[in-house]
Design a protein around this ligand. Structure first.
Ligand code: P6P
Length: 336
């Protein structure tokens, strides 16, 4: 029986391989993983833990979304777990308007942590997989830390990952040397390496999009989806399947596991917004993970990881997954 490789051992050995995981970054990733374990326990309690439903007084987050109790629990767990360890200068969360600077009573570190503490929270009360998405940047040189320091392109990430709370609790991570998956061994209480060097098939027969928005899509998206729906009878010459879980972590995890293409494009419902999903907390970490697994991540007109952020909570149009499908969809945006 091959020895169980823990997350810690994997990170130590990766450091030996290419020095890509200095001690502070390893500590950061281990603390985030431990926080995800706590969140998983809270999620798994469900109604028994009194954690379902909306937060008190129906508070809204910066996104204007009603917060669920577990949104706030997950956010608090991540903040508390990460602020004292000396590995971070500050954190930013989808659930908080401004950044959270590590209090002066704690040592300051060289990394910035960004997270969506509980993505897909509309699925919490109906017991469908949800997850935590995180992204790590290096703090720019100079004293202190500000929101401006977070506004770095996704290509500058030094680590990105998510933890999906589903039938298994699985942590998926990249530090720029491919993608690895760790499954939570509840008897040991640790994440154990269950897959590494994950590759997304370059072709697929499965797309993920919220079809109820069809009448609001731009022409290139309508053309791409119409061709998929025509199946064997149309220009694609093959039938497609469709999935939409409405938890990005779950849809991306499926794509990492068996291929596929995920689209949340700009649409006419809120034309002033580039899209629904958040660049810093969803598109950048997921985009890097997908690229590290041989896939692609585009807005339709540019590589997501090349976008220079202007605001902490800015939104973006997302097409990601199997490389050839993303490139085909993006080609429909090109001016004829
Ligand atoms: P819709 C969850 O709220 C989320 O941010 C992503 O996880 C998910 O892919 C998307 O929104 C679902 O959006 O409009 O289908 O409910």
């Amino acid at each position: 029986m091959a020895p169980k490789i823990s997350l810690t051992r994997y990170l130590v050995e990766e450091q030996r391989v290419d020095g890509s995981i200095p001690a502070q970054l390893r500590l950061l990733l281990e603390v985030v993983a431990r926080a995800c374990k706590s969140i998983s326990l809270a999620v798994n309690k469900g109604a028994l833990g009194g954690v379902l439903g909306v937060a008190e007084a129906e508070s809204e987050n910066i996104q204007g979304e009603i917060q669920k109790k577990l949104d706030i629990i997950a956010n608090d767990v991540l903040i508390e777990a990460n602020e004292w360890g000396g590995h971070l200068a500050a954190m930013a969360s989808e659930e908080m308007e401004g950044i959270h600077v590590v209090p002066n009573r704690y040592p300051q570190g060289e990394y910035l942590l960004l997270f969506d503490p509980l993505d897909g929270s509309s699925n919490i009360d109906v017991n469908v997989s949800i997850g935590t998405i995180f992204s790590v940047l290096r703090k720019p040189e100079g004293a202190g830390v500000s929101e401006q320091d977070f506004l770095q392109a996704g290509a500058k990430q030094v680590a990105a990952g998510y933890c999906i709370y589903g039938p298994q609790t699985t942590l998926v991570l990249t530090v720029g040397d491919g993608v690895a998956m760790f499954t939570l061994d509840r008897e040991q209480g640790s994440f154990v390496l269950t897959q590494e060097n994950i590759r997304i098939p370059e072709d697929t027969k499965e797309f993920a999009i919220n079809m109820s928005n069809m009448r609001h899509w731009d022409e290139p998206v309508k053309r791409y989806i119409d061709e998929c729906l025509l199946g064997k009878t149309g220009p694609r010459g093959k039938d497609f399947n469709m999935r939409w879980i409405a938890s990005m972590v779950a849809d991306v995890h499926r794509i990492l596991t068996r291929g596929g293409v995920f689209l949340y494009p700009w649409d006419k419902r809120e034309p002033e917004k580039p899209g629904k999903l958040r660049l810093m907390y969803e598109a950048n970490p997921m985009g890097w993970i997908v690229e590290q697994a041989g896939g692609a991540a585009s807005t339709g007109t540019q590589r997501i990881l090349d976008i220079q952020p202007e605001k902490l909570h800015q939104r973006v149009s997302v097409i990601l997954g199997s490389k050839n499908e993303v490139e085909r969809a993006a080609s429909y945006f090109a001016p004829v």
